[in-house]
Design a protein. Structure first.
Lengths: 115, 115
C-alpha cells in the first residue's frame, strides 16, 4: 500500500465517527484545549482522549502541551486530501455523464437526419 | 444519532479501505459486473464480496442481479454527501483565515496610524 493510500485510510476512518467529526467541525473554527473540546459532549474524558488519539493518528489533528493545557489544532492539508480524492471521483462521474449526454444528442441527431 | 450522521458514518467508513476506494473509482466510470470489479485485484472472491457488502451497506453502491450477472452502480448522491461535509469544513476554515487576515491588516494599519 502506498503512503498516500494509508493517509486516506486513516483520515476517512477518523471521519467515520460523529464525535470525531464534531471535534473537526470545532477545530475548523480555531485551536481548542482538550477541556474546550470536551465541553459540548457528555462523554467521559477517557473516551474523548481516545477519539483525539485516533484524530492525531490520522494526521487530521495535532496537539501541543504547554504547562497543564493541551491545545489541539486542525491540520487542514490532511482534511483537504480527503476532499480532493472525492472531488476527483465527482469529476470522473460528471465527465461520464457529459459523454453520455453527448452520445444521446448525437443519436438523436442521426435519427432525425435519417428519419 | 441523526440519520444524516449515520449516513456519513457508514460512507466515511466504507471509504477507509483502499480496495473499496478502488471499486468506487471504477464505478464512477460506469456500472460494472462483480467479475469486472474483481479483475484488477488479486483478492479472493469472498473478500471482494465482503467489500461490496460494506459499500452497499453504506449506500455508496447499489447492485442488481440479472440472470447470473450481478451489476454494481455508484450512488453518486451518497458520495456527494461526504464531499459536501468536507466542503463545509473547508469553508469554515477559510472563513476563519480570512477573518485572521483582516484582523492582522487592521492591527498593522492601527500601528501605522499611531506610529
Amino acid at each position: 500500500m502506498t503512503n498516500h493510500q494509508a493517509v486516506l485510510d486513516r483520515a476517512f476512518h477518523a471521519l467515520s465517527d460523529p464525535t470525531r467529526r464534531a471535534i473537526v467541525a470545532r477545530l475548523v473554527q480555531g485551536p481548542a484545549s482538550v477541556s474546550d473540546l470536551a465541553a459540548p459532549f457528555t462523554l467521559a474524558m477517557p473516551t474523548l482522549l481516545q477519539h483525539l488519539r485516533v484524530l492525531e493518528g490520522s494526521g487530521l489533528v495535532a496537539s501541543r502541551k504547554t504547562g497543564r493545557v493541551r491545545t489541539c489544532t486542525l491540520n487542514a492539508a490532511a482534511l483537504a486530501e480527503t476532499e480532493q480524492w472525492l472531488a476527483r471521483q465527482r469529476a470522473a462521474w460528471e465527465g461520464r455523464l457529459d459523454r453520455l449526454e453527448a452520445l444521446a444528442l448525437q443519436l438523436h441527431k442521426e435519427e432525425n437526419d435519417h428519419g
